[in-house]
Design a protein around this ligand. Structure first.
Ligand code: ATP
Length: 849
């Protein structure tokens, strides 16, 4: 059906609906019949394909070739074990990937779109997926159109349809019926699913949903969690490749060396090379890091911070400035009219009752209504008065760019225009003497200084009903002021303090009045509130002047979204890493420009949510501080995991290299090395991801952004730890007779050393034995499982045969444990010394500044 060729009446009757919308029962019936309003995602990769993918990994192929060669040469036991390791590794990787995907899928669902629907004459917000054909839907600036709509009523509606038409200029919409065939881009009386409402407001009737929409026909899934990896993980992939190349070079060298110098048999050498590759490549590490990230992101979502863009997890820890909105983010957003300054009470109340978007019929209680909290507060205020709603024939919707709203209502002898908005804006449009102006300004200031949001009311009588344009809004009669309180959130006050302690500057950027902003800024504990910068001040500044000012000022008032963009840019030019909140349609550029764009889940427009890197499900500033803490924790845990993996890999590799160079029998067989690798990958590898945040997480300054994956200190740590794992273990093993015993001692030593070193790695620089020791249950559970598996390999006859181990005496076990404990002590002492010197250096540099 070409709905654009149907008149509104025809559309309504064909869809069996009215301007009051469908009844609840009818909506449910249609939903059951037609299905949900969602686009089926393109064919997904099948689980078995995903599973098999892990076996195409280069290292896996090398191992499989090794297993086959072992079979060919008749070494069935080793062949089978290598093969088993391959299979188990594949399973583990698949499981890790699935976990990671599950958490991201969960996030996708949390980002579901909403729609305002009129049903039984009342507006309510529902999930856009529940829309059915015939529903009446309200659109406002900032919305993403939730389904294909035939427009019924439009007010200055501009829609950006580039997703469908490629045209980035927004299209002006109307309701007039078309007589000829037209492509989507020319159907001016239609709004299409997935397009963006740039300005204005409208009502439309749902014409098509889900796959039947224009966008559905071209099968374009709308929301997705972007990029599944972060710079750190990418760097780790690169590092892995480098290690792989390095090992290949090493292998070529060792091949020549051992063949020509020692005349080693190829079969033995082959085993040794496999052992070397397996030992030294931290092959599981990138997958483990990804899993830690995705679990962290899931945890963040549980705390109401929904990450859309994975790299933001890392950026969060480096953030130096948070620019926040005021209303709802720092304040309660439970608005209440406290003061009224007017001599025309009846008129002001009439404006409150009619110049609004929420109430559609008389006697609707404000409690039942949803939407703009300022309007709710005003409707609440007039509720007792039992005023009648007037017919609306024209409307200019509110925009934070021009800061007012206007409506037109027919009267017997012409029409009445009602306007409400920022007092100084309305005063400019009103006929006022200088004394009246001063008097109103003073009254507005007095209210604002109490931290109240001040709204002005004005009206104008016109001789005839006509189109309501911005030009018509001059020579108004100023009717009065209302002061609305919106107290700061206690949780936000606490979070501002926490952020400041974490070295992050908090700035407030609001559309509200200077005095109101200043008062609220002081109440929530911002540092520099003496000077407030207004939008007009910013307009008058050059980039250089603004760059200086943004560092000194924490409160910005009467700003428009365009100012936010300039503020972010100025801060970034000063080298700051900026988090910026935004909710309106025009905030998208600033959100995109910011290092972390933060949208509001409840009051935020769909457009702002699409542009953001992170969405706050509860609109609360406190959540940003929690996300920063979580971001820092995740990043720390990634670093801890890398610091744990690399020395243990190097230690095992060094043992093999040493044996080959010295022409000694391999101190560990390939199977034993595979065993250590597998058992530690399965048990220990992600335990550090569950480590709780260190106590000083929010007491230290943000991380520098140019920090590499391996600092000089990490390199030092990797080398010395691998030596301390290897040398004492090797010497101890060699002090006993018999190859099997030597190998078992070495094996046991390496496993225990890894276990204690993991406890070392719980903290990067602080002592590992601290208050939080018992909090990481996963760590202790995995240590327990590791020890159990290791003990069974040492003591169970079946495993002994397979792995080539022998039982150990109690004495031997104690000495091995002592060895591991020594490693633990050395690392702890080294951390203490390093911290001492780095603290000293920091103090020195602080005192020099
Ligand atoms: P923030 O940017 O921190 O959320 P804000 O909510 O005060 O602050 P805007 O929503 O841009 O910013 O509002 C700016 C001003 O516009 C308000 O101070 C008020 O005077 C006026 N205003 C707000 N809401 C409405 C509305 N629904 N109708 C008319 N005027 C409004």
């Amino acid at each position: 059906m070409n709905w654009y060729k149907q008149t509104i009446e025809q559309t309504m009757s064909k869809m069996n609906t009215s301007s009051n919308g469908l009844s609840k029962v009818e909506r449910e019936k249609r939903l059951a019949a037609d299905g949900y309003n969602k686009i089926e995602e393109k064919q997904q990769v099948k689980p078995w394909q995903k599973f098999l993918k892990h076996y195409t990994d280069l290292l896996m192929i090398v191992l499989m070739v090794a297993a086959v060669l072992k079979f060919v040469t008749g070494d069935f036991v080793e062949g089978t074990i290598i093969f088993l390791v391959v299979v188990i590794n594949g399973f583990v990787s698949y499981w890790q990937e699935r976990k990671a995907e599950e958490s991201l899928d969960g996030l996708k669902q949390m980002m579901g779109q909403e729609a305002v629907v009129v049903s039984e004459g009342t507006k309510s917000t529902i999930s856009a997926e529940e829309l059915v054909q015939g529903d009446i839907v309200a659109l406002k600036a900032g919305d993403v159109v939730p389904a294909d709509l035939r427009l019924l009523e439009v007010h200055d509606l501009l829609i950006e349809e580039s997703i469908l038409t490629g045209e980035s200029e927004a299209a002006e919409k109307n309701t007039a019926v078309l007589t000829k065939e037209a492509p989507a881009g020319d159907q001016k009386n239609m709004a299409f699913s997935g397009t963006l409402v740039q300005a204005g407001s409208a009502l439309g009737i749902v014409a098509a949903t889900g796959d039947d929409t224009e966008i559905g026909k071209i099968n374009h899934a709308l929301q997705s969690v972007e990029q599944q990896t972060t710079p750190l993980v990418k760097k780790m992939h690169q590092l892995n490749k480098q290690i792989f190349r390095g090992i290949l070079v090493l292998i070529v060298f060792l091949l020549f060396f051992t063949t020509f110098r020692h005349g080693m048999e190829w079969n033995l050498m082959f085993s040794a090379m496999i052992a070397l590759i397996v030992a030294m490549i931290p092959e599981g590490l990138p997958a483990v890091l990804t899993m830690i990230l995705s679990l962290g992101v899931k945890e963040m979502a549980r705390e109401n911070a929904i990450i859309k863009n994975m790299p933001s997890v890392e950026t969060l820890g480096a953030m130096t400035v948070i620019c926040s909105d005021k209303t709802g983010t720092l304040t309660e957003n439970k608005m209440k009219v406290m003061d009224l300054a007017t001599s025309e009470t009846q008129m002001v109340m009439d404006i409150m009752n009619n110049c609004q978007e929420l109430k559609l019929k008389d006697h609707q209680s404000a409690k039942e209504l949803q939407g703009n909290p300022t309007e709710l507060a005003l409707l609440h205020y007039v509720e007792e008065a039992d005023l009648k709603l007037k017919t609306v024939v024209g409307k200019i919707p509110f925009s934070s760019s021009y800061k007012f709203m206007a409506t037109m209502h027919p009267e017997a002898d012409g029409a009445m225009i009602f306007v409400k908005g920022a007092p100084e804006v309305l005063m400019k449009k009103s006929i006022l003497t200088e004394t009246e102006k001063t008097s109103w300004s003073n009254q507005a200031s007095a209210l604002a200084q109490k931290g109240q949001r001040v709204l002005g009311f004005a009206y104008k009588k016109v001789a005839s009903q006509q189109e309501l344009t911005h030009e018509l809004l001059s020579e108004l009669t100023f009717a009065g002021l209302a002061g609305i309180i919106d107290p700061p959130k206690q949780s936000a006050i606490q979070a501002v303090k926490e952020s400041q302690e974490a070295g992050i500057t908090v700035k407030m950027i609001t559309g509200d009045h200077k005095e109101t902003a200043k008062a609220i800024g002081e109440q929530i504990g911002l540092k520099h509130t003496a000077k407030v910068l207004e939008g007009v001040d910013i307009d008058a500044m050059s980039e250089e002047e603004l760059a200086v000012q943004v560092q000194q000022v924490d409160v910005f008032a009467r700003t428009t979204p365009e100012h936010k963009l300039r503020i972010v840019t100025a801060l970034q030019n000063n080298g700051e890493i900026v988090g910026m909140t935004g909710d309106g349609v025009n905030d998208a550029p600033a959100l995109k420009k910011a290092d972390i764009g933060i949208a509001m889940g409840i009051k935020g427009s769909e457009v702002s949510k699409q542009a953001a890197d992170m969405v706050l499900a509860d609109d609360n500033f406190h959540t940003i501080a929690k996300a920063v803490k979580e971001g820092r924790r995740i990043f720390d845990n990634l670093k801890k995991t890398i610091n744990f993996f690399l020395p243990t890999a190097l230690a095992q590799g060094l043992i093999v290299v040493w044996a080959l160079l010295a022409n000694q029998p391999l101190p560990l067989t390939p199977v034993q090395i595979l065993w250590v690798n597998m058992v530690t990958t399965i048990t220990l590898s992600y335990a550090l991801g569950f480590e709780k945040a260190s106590e000083d997480t929010m007491k230290r300054p943000p991380r520098g952004t140019n920090e590499g994956i391996l600092s000089g200190y990490s390199m030092f740590r990797i080398v010395y730890v691998s030596l301390i794992i290897m040398i004492p273990a090797y010497l101890l093993a060699m002090s006993f007779e018999g190859q099997a015993l030597q190998q078992t001692i070495l094996l046991q030593n390496i496993v225990l050393a890894q276990a204690v070193y993991m406890i070392n790695c719980r903290e990067l620089v602080n002592p590992a034995l601290n208050k939080g020791l018992l909090q990481n249950k996963v760590l202790f559970a995995s240590l327990g499982i590791l020890l159990l598996l290791q003990m069974s390999v040492v003591f169970l006859p079946f495993a002994q045969q397979l792995i080539g181990t022998v039982g150990l005496s109690l004495g031997q076990q104690v000495v091995i444990a002592g060895n591991a404990f020594l490693l633990f002590l050395v690392v702890e002492v080294e951390k203490r010394i390093t911290k001492h010197f780095s603290d000293k250096k920091e103090k020195k540099s602080v005192s020099q500044n």
